[in-house]
Write a protein that binds this ligand. Sequence first.
Ligand SMILES: Cc1cc2nc3c(=O)[nH]c(=O)nc-3n(C[C@H](O)[C@H](O)[C@H](O)COP(=O)(O)OP(=O)(O)OC[C@H]3O[C@@H](n4cnc5c(N)ncnc54)[C@H](O)[C@@H]3O)c2cc1C
Length: 418
Amino acid sequence: MSREKTTEFYDVAVIGGGAAGLTAAIYSARARLKTILFEKALVGGLATYTNEVENYPGFPNKPKGEDITNLMKAQAKNMGVDFKLTDVKSVELHGEEKTIETFRTTYKAKVVILAMGGRPRITKAENEEKYLFDKGISFCATCDAASNTGKTVVVIGSGDAAIEEGMFLTKFADKVIVSVLHHEGKMDCNEIAKEAALRNPKMAFVWNSTVKRFEGEDHLDTVVLKDLRTDEEIPVKCDSCFEFIGYIPNTEIVKEQIKLTRAGYIITNEKMETNIEGVFSCGDIRDKWLKQIATAVGDGAIAGYASEKYIAESETFHDVILQKEKPGLTFIYNAVDAESREFLIEIEKIENHFEGRLVVNRVDIYKSSGIADRLNVTEFPAVILTVEGKVKERIIGQLDSQKINDMLDAICVECHNK
Ligand SMILES: Cc1cc2nc3c(=O)[nH]c(=O)nc-3n(C[C@H](O)[C@H](O)[C@H](O)COP(=O)(O)OP(=O)(O)OC[C@H]3O[C@@H](n4cnc5c(N)ncnc54)[C@H](O)[C@@H]3O)c2cc1C
């Protein structure tokens, strides 16, 4: 018998339980927002695959990734975050109320935070799955270079990431052997990186090659390359293999709705706002320079904080600016601009004149532009007149108090006669 889907309501829905999502949830729950976090695999995300994290501040003893994210999880639970271990199948992000669909339940939320991370692109060569992450195949030189000190590593790829990370690896490893798809001297990276790599005595190149398979007992010890011209196998003994052939952001459920870069990452501003109101994004899924736990945590903090500001502002906008009881006057000014500041005196006179018949709000655009954005006001000073929760008049730029008084007189007579 099929069970009918139930609906649950939240202030904030976080999709993705990695470092970014967990932090965003901690911040939003701490701001007393009813918060739910969805995770389809392991709470902790990609970091749980790392055996030693050396570069996350505050943890000097090289903890496992999951030791760090388990603490984040415990903290989120203490804050009252609801965890839902399920795959989010689809979302509807437009509109004031967002919808999140899982197999059994529909969730509605005022804010959605997209923190689904990504996954490294893999070669799909034979036996690859056997050695992924801590068994010899790595995707992160920043994370795993130090444990390859004095060793031989293979790098797959010749783009900017591959060559720059390969160069970084030469500071630790004795030998960095790079498998390049193209003929001798051709790489996909920038010219400067290419020249530097070709000059680096620790780097060697296997041109016209691709990966055929991976070999080793419990741990990878050989990458078998294939010469693309001759089909000949080239076994390369090594201690680790670093694959840098791209990263796939997990945007499948949002890619039709949200603005992405050409490479498929979510575009945000520094407040982690996406192109859709009330939708924020943080961590590896967004377009950013450094993908690490520390930066995921920073992004998450901003997204959680920004959610609280967004919800508070929405409430002010609906309950105060667009109140329906009386005609409203909203004055938008900039506190650091003398001219618009001086008009505050005129607004006070208007408020006194219409005492009891008008709701007056003052919005300092210098402190926050959110309310002005919602009213589509980009310049100041501006006066917005509302009647029954709808914008009736907007006066932007040169303000004339007599004109405003006349308009309000007409509006108040109209309201009085209704
Ligand atoms: C092997 C490896 C080693 C690393 N080592 C280090 C290191 O030493 N130091 C460091 O700082 N960084 C390291 N990193 C990078 C670090 O792990 C990431 O930058 C960080 O985990 C990003 O966090 P995130 O929350 O943005 O994404 P993720 O950790 O990827 O979390 C995203 C979560 O979203 C979930 N998800 C996706 N889609 C859905 C859906 N539809 N419904 C529900 N859940 C969904 C995923 O299951 C995942 O758990 C390493 C990365 C790798 C791959």
